[in-house]
Ligand binder design. Structure first.
Ligand code: AHR
Length: 501
């Protein structure tokens, strides 16, 4: 029985698909860098010590921009420690994750890794323990061609061409009491404004991200954005948003509807930013950089002893193993980011390898795909052209956390020139398959070119080191197009993509 309908039409265009929507995040945390992307002794390692099996998976994932080097880590980081001859680099304590940082990977090495993966760098500066001067120094080291003290240092360190980094984060989660050197909105707003203004004196075309809230549940949410932007509006281009979701207390229904919160988050930040813009009589719009989003079993992490009194190099921290349900929620969060492409101009899945990541590795051993890898990689590959906001008519269900939520959610993209498109869908129903009828007449679609689904009888099935391919994509053979109607059956708790031409 068809119980949900969707209408796709060019009239509901949101804006172009932005490649930066498919960004990710590499933090010096746990085994993300060391024993993750970098493992000099590994059989696949290149001359820089980067694992090429991981590079291949990152390319298959289709991540674009990579935020680096933190996260909480950046708020205690001295960037100078991580450039120059490796044997001279100091080992420091990282207070954020209570571990030791060897500084064997720094900006110059990481930039070479980015070239291997065809990614763009989004660099964060430390506004926790440091400030304007160190941000300007890093900018000079990274982007100035040559002929100055710091740019010549970069050249001498073996990187003759400037890194030409466009996007910069002005600190990280400065609203969070857990952040080294966290600030009030007023203090941070002033510091962000001054740092941004100074950085733009060096290069007016930089794209700068002010810290927004670390979550929609923060007590300062909304007010933080208002106050920060009242100070920094003229100098910055983006305000950040961070959101992590997890299933709590066995309430799968609420978890599956996590996107409702992400939509509320985006709507609130857009309204607040526009409110400040109108107040300042500015014609400029501040967009959102959703530069940390994912599923994270944070409660379990806080209850564990993975952070303890020891000072260790690359300890196993935040190594969540993801289920089918987690992948469905991740696919739905990506649908939500795409739907808001008019104002969410950049996003970073946090993180990329080993640390709450779609890719896992073992030292000296394999690299494999978590369940969450699949919706991300397929969406990044198929989303092309323009984002279309679908008109969805679907039954709803009640959730304890998010109120009424539709059982089906979706977004579509259409490439006018190629005459091809794709629709990405989730079924949040825990027991029933849902058959969706999609009106594609306006797009002239007449054939299905690909249809895949992620689902499993066990919604908690996972890919583990011992069973690395337990969960994967399966062809969805139910998808058909007839007379401008695309019909597809969505199993319970599933994510699907259907491409058409
Ligand atoms: O991604 C893990 C951590 O989550 C980041 O370091 C921090 O910014 C956030 O709280």
């Amino acid at each position: 029985m068809t119980d949900s309908t969707i209408v796709l039409s060019r009239a509901n265009a949101v804006g172009p698909v932005r490649r930066r929507t498919f960004g990710s995040f590499v933090e010096h945390l746990g085994r993300c860098v060391y024993d993750g992307i970098y493992e000099p002794g590994h059989p696949t390692a290149n001359e820089d010590g980067f694992r090429l099996d991981v590079v291949d998976l990152v390319k298959e994932l289709g991540s674009t921009t990579v935020r680096y080097p933190g996260g909480n880590f950046v708020s205690g980081f001295r960037w100078e420690d991580s450039v120059g001859p490796r044997e001279n680099r100091p080992v420091r304590r990282d207070l954020a994750w209570h571990s030791l940082e060897t500084n064997q990977v720094g900006l110059d090495e990481f930039s070479r890794w980015l070239k291997l993966t065809d990614s763009e760098l989004m660099l964060a500066v430390n506004l926790g323990t440091r400030g304007i001067e160190s941000a300007l120094d890093l900018l000079e080291y990274a982007n100035h061609p040559s002929g100055t003290a710091l740019s010549d240092q970069r050249v001498a360190n073996g990187t003759p061409e400037p890194h030409n980094i466009r996007m910069w984060c002005l600190g990280n989660e400065m609203d969070g009491p857990w952040q080294t050197g966290y600030l009030t909105a007023d203090d941070y707003g002033k510091l962000a404004a001054r740092t941004a203004a100074a950085m733009k004196m060096a290069d007016k075309d930089l794209e700068l991200v002010a810290c927004g809230s670390s979550g929609s549940g923060m007590p300062t949410f909304g007010e933080w954005e208002r106050i920060v932007l009242e100070h920094a509006y003229d100098h910055v281009d983006f305000i950040s948003a961070h959101a992590y979701y997890q299933e709590r207390g066995g309430d799968l229904g609420s978890f599956l509807a996590s996107s409702v919160d992400m939509q509320y988050f985006i709507d609130t930040v857009v309204a607040t930013a526009d409110h400040v813009g109108y107040k300042l009589k500015s014609t400029k719009k501040i967009n959102i950089s959703f530069d940390e989003w994912n599923i994270w079993y944070l409660d379990e992490h806080q209850a564990s002893d993975e952070i303890n009194d020891e000072w260790r190099v690359a300890p196993r921290q935040l190594e969540d193993v993801y289920s089918v349900a987690d992948a469905v929620v991740l696919g739905n969060l990506l649908i939500t980011l795409l739907k808001n492409s008019d104002r969410v101009a950049s996003a970073s899945l946090a993180q990329l390898v080993n640390v709450i990541a779609p890719i896992m590795t073992e030292p000296g051993g394999d690299a494999w795909r978590q369940t969450t890898f699949f919706p991300f990689s397929v969406t990044s590959r198929l989303a092309r052209g323009t984002v279309l906001r679908p008109v969805i008519d679907a039954p709803t269900y009640s959730t304890a956390v998010h109120g009424e939520a539709a059982v089906v959610d979706a977004v579509a993209t259409f490439d006018e020139e190629a005459g091809t498109g794709a629709v990405f869908l989730v079924n949040r129903d825990q027991t029933a398959s849902r058959t969706v009828s999609i009106d594609v007449r306006d797009l002239g679609a007449s054939r299905i070119t690909e249809a895949v689904t992620l689902a499993d009888d066990d919604v908690y099935a996972k890919n583990t080191i011992d069973d690395q391919t337990r969960v994967g994509l399966a062809p969805n053979t139910s998808a058909t197009i007839e007379d401008g109607r695309l019909t597809v059956a969505l199993p319970p708790v599933s994510w699907s993509a259907v491409a058409f031409g």
